[in-house]
Design a protein around this ligand. Structure first.
Ligand code: SF4
Length: 474
């Protein structure tokens, strides 16, 4: 078996001054972030040498079935069928680009991941071979990179090119009546919202507290794709009741940044301007005092991603924006359930929800994106686009949970009315459908398009898709 800790290598012989020189060329780890979706696709399509597979501790592995992609929360693949050593397993497989992501995503503290029978990592790192589940059992692990069937950079290039490809049914798209396409996309929009609701309901069952659930979802939404897990972890470590009990907004910042392990160390501030360094050191002092009276285990700085983030998405600014919802009179300060139920019933519910989510962070954030450096003055509040995304991804699924928990079906209808009234955001998936002459009318249709693209088009499930079946029926 190739050395799990090394990237694949190629051997070349060059002639230097008539002397043959053997050179081993190692494929460098790509400078670019390898998307986890690529690693999932490599596992799904089994794009690697499957002969004599071994886990990192040398136990033989046979893959009978890689499992099916989990479109819901929890591990990446379900119902995998594997032989690991003498044991036959049917269970989940979790995929990451490095082993450390297991900890960074908090899976070692999440009982839902106790069903994972194999961890597949693209690259080995210092954590490889040492993963534990939440129940403290050892998790077998397999390193993919040394066994890939072609160089990673080519797989990455192919994956990124495919990502933007048009749908396979694009040439026949207009032969499917618009009414058929629309009905299918709307059905999928409903499915997507139902899946989001189910995820929240599972959390609600574990901890029946609507306010805390909303707070966690809003923080996760602020983390966007790369920091949603740590933002949610932060909201769990500092529960809403604890956050509210800290009345001074600067103390609250100190508590959150301290627990997040994002407070700069003195050495990080050597090149900071005076005002920035004073503010950061004041937060450190305040956190030391606050921590003494609260037993909150801090997170690890490594859980946060800054790499390849737009500055507006830097976690410190996003945390400050989340804390603005705790300011006096803001959404999470008091009775968010009442505020949002009132907003969704207003004459213009979209405007009322946007207003409910608007909050201005402390003035320090007018000139900061992080705690170590000042920037040009700018508006630190959440923009309209991000607020709309939070309404779709956090507020509306949460309102669906409230509607069911309180047996208020009209609230469900009102939530869907908001989804039909909100403008669709143009993103990569929406562009695919726009190019076919089918722009979404509203966020509702954009949700359906995302669900179609992600769960049918990308996995090649055309035979299960109404549009594909209609074309075949022709
Ligand atoms: S899944 Fe449906 S919409 Fe997607 S490419 Fe196939 S036929 Fe077209």
């Amino acid at each position: 078996m190739p050395d799990a800790s090394s990237p694949p290598a190629a051997h070349h012989v060059y002639t230097v001054d008539d002397t043959p020189v053997a050179v081993t060329l190692h494929e460098p780890r790509p400078a670019a972030d390898v998307p986890e979706a690529l690693v999932q696709a490599l596992w799904r399509d089994q794009r690697f040498d499957r002969e004599a597979l071994q886990t990192t501790d040398g136990t033989p592995v046979t893959i009978h079935d890689p499992g099916r992609i989990n479109a819901d929360s929890g591990p990446d693949f379900l119902d995998a069928h594997l032989q690991i050593g003498a044991m036959t397993w049917r269970g989940a497989v979790e995929i990451h680009t490095t082993s450390g992501d297991w900890f960074a995503h908090g899976h070692h503290e999440d009982a839902r991941y106790n069903s994972v029978v194999l961890h597949v990592t693209l690259h080995a790192d210092t954590w490889t071979g040492g993963l534990l589940r939440e129940d403290q059992t050892v998790l077998p692990e397999f390193v993919l990179a040394p066994r890939l069937d072609r160089p990673l950079r080519r797989l990455l290039h192919q994956f990124l090119a495919e990502d933007d490809r048009e749908l396979v049914c694009a040439p026949q798209w207009t032969r499917v009546p618009a009414v058929v396409r629309t009905a299918w996309i709307e059905q999928l929009a409903n499915d997507r919202m139902a899946a989001k609701q189910r995820r929240l309901e599972a959390r609600y069952q574990a901890r029946p507290d609507l306010e805390q659930l909303l707070y966690e979802r809003l923080f996760a939404g602020l983390g966007y794709a790369k920091n949603d897990d740590p933002m949610e972890t932060l909201a769990r470590r500092v529960p809403l009741a604890t956050a509210r009990a800290v009345e001074d907004p600067i103390d609250r910042e100190a508590l959150f940044f301290g627990v997040a392990d994002l407070l700069p160390r003195p050495a990080d501030l050597l090149e900071s301007d005076r005002a920035t360094a004073d503010y950061a050191m004041d937060l450190r002092d305040r956190f030391r005092r606050l921590q003494a009276s609260r037993a909150i285990g801090p997170m690890k700085r490594t859980q946060w991603t800054f790499f390849r983030l737009r500055p507006a998405n830097f976690p410190p600014l996003r945390i400050a924006q989340g804390l603005a919802w705790l300011h006096r009179g803001a959404l999470l300060h008091r009775d968010p359930v009442g505020t949002l139920m009132h907003a969704v019933q207003a004459n213009d519910p979209v405007a009322a929800l946007r207003k409910a989510l608007h909050a201005r962070p402390h003035a320090f954030w007018n000139t900061h994106l992080r705690l170590v450096k000042s920037t040009k003055e700018r508006e630190p509040s959440l923009g309209r686009g991000r607020i709309d995304t939070l309404i779709v991804n956090a507020i509306l699924p949460w309102l669906l949970v409230v509607a069911d928990q309180r047996s208020q079906p009209e609230l469900r209808a009102q939530a869907f009315d908001v989804l039909r009234a909100l403008p669709a955001k143009t993103d990569r998936v929406v562009r695919v459908f726009k190019q076919l002459g089918t722009p979404p009318d509203a966020a509702y249709h954009a949700q359906g398009m995302h669900h179609l693209y992600r769960t049918y088009c990308r996995p090649g499930r055309c035979l299960s898709c109404t549009i594909g079946r209609h074309l075949l029926g022709e």
